[in-house]
Write a protein that binds this ligand. Structure first.
Ligand code: NAP
Length: 298
């Protein structure tokens, strides 16, 4: 028979792990369900320099420290994919492996990297195309790579890759970046980074089953020969399995009230699966703590 939990937290990113920390320290029986590695998006982030208490820390290291904090408290983790939520307090949380029950659910589902959806992208995934510089960057040591995107992630990961790779070409569809001037200046100062603006990817070309060239809309440089390509073109919430269950907006972000309660009673949401102005570790953690506290007050 499956165990019953006070709260099941779906997603072990920083928001979910913070909620688990607060609930477990208050003596509640919690289960965290995660389909990948604990840490969520920060496991794919090279350097974090704006989380208080750490001058500079690598994303996977911060993720592991948070995870270790929870395992020291004996928080339970289950590694499976949640496919649906059924019932009403107690809820059934159905995964691809087990069915669990709980009084409360916290959805801390985060977001997943957006894809370009161009020709050969799927075929060359893992064969030259990646969404994680910290995971796959070392494969391209002293090689030529491209980074697609014009936001903070693209710029920060371009800098990270420039330290490993022979040449990094940053490709952005406009000439205006979504980042502060200091970060843009840092990118401009690095010699082995070249920037192509006002260019979009038309398709990827392969040679012997591996990425070989990127075809661009740029008149100046329509073909770029590369060994690897990293896409950082934003994120989208991982909420498709919930669309029929609770209220999500047109982009898939979960709708919540001021206390982070969803349209279902006793089901809360926090972190990057919510629509907001600021997507930072610090406010994802803060939301996890607020949700836990709201539940503890009941
Ligand atoms: P983002 O800010 O949404 O930027 C996405 C970039 O990809 C934009 O430049 C966008 O171009 C481009 N893009 C989107 N779709 C595209 C397509 N189909 N083809 C080509 N380019 C496309 O995403 P992000 O960089 O992942 O950042 C997400 C959030 O996390 C932001 O709020 C960011 O500030 C935050 N963040 C913070 C830090 C930090 O504090 N250290 C680090 C990373 C991210 P347009 O500009 O033309 O729309």
């Amino acid at each position: 028979m499956n165990q019953h939990y006070h709260t099941i937290i779906i997603g072990a990113g920083v928001a979910g792990m913070t909620a688990a920390l607060y609930l477990k320290r208050a003596g509640k029986k919690v289960l965290v369900i995660e389909k990948e590695a604990p840490g969520g998006q920060i496991t794919r982030t090279s350097k974090i320099e704006n989380y208080p208490g750490f001058i500079s820390i690598e994303g996977p290291e911060l993720a592991f420290t948070m995870y270790e904090q929870l395992t020291n408290l004996e928080v339970e983790f289950a590694y499976s994919e949640v496919t649906s939520i059924k019932g009403m307090t107690p809820y059934q949380v159905i995964t691809d492996k087990e069915i669990y029950t709980s009084d409360y659910i916290i959805l801390a589902l985060g977001r997943k990297p957006r894809k370009l959806n161009v020709k050969n992208e799927e075929k060359l995934t893992g064969k030259g195309i990646s969404w994680c510089a910290v995971c796959d960057g070392p494969l391209y040591k002293n090689k030529r790579v491209a980074v697609i995107g014009g936001g903070r992630s693209a710029l920060e990961e371009t800098i990270y890759l420039s330290k490993l790779c022979k040449e990094v070409t940053l490709i952005h569809r406009r000439d205006d970046f979504r980042a502060d001037n200091e970060l843009i200046d840092n990118v401009n100062r690095i010699e082995n980074i070249q920037i192509i603006t006002n260019a979009e990817v038309v398709e990827f070309k392969e040679k012997d089953g591996i990425l070989d060239k990127i075809i661009l809309t740029s008149k100046k440089q329509p073909i770029l020969e590369v060994d690897g390509c990293f896409e950082f073109i934003g994120q989208e919430p991982s909420t498709s399995f919930l669309k029929e269950t609770l209220n999500v907006d047109q982009e898939g972000y979960i709708e919540v009230d001021q206390e982070y309660q969803t349209s279902l009673s006793h089901v809360y949401a926090c972190g990057d699966c919510l629509k907001k102005d600021l997507y930072q570790i610090i406010n994802a953690c803060s939301e996890g703590a607020i949700v836990a506290n709201t539940i503890l007050k009941q």
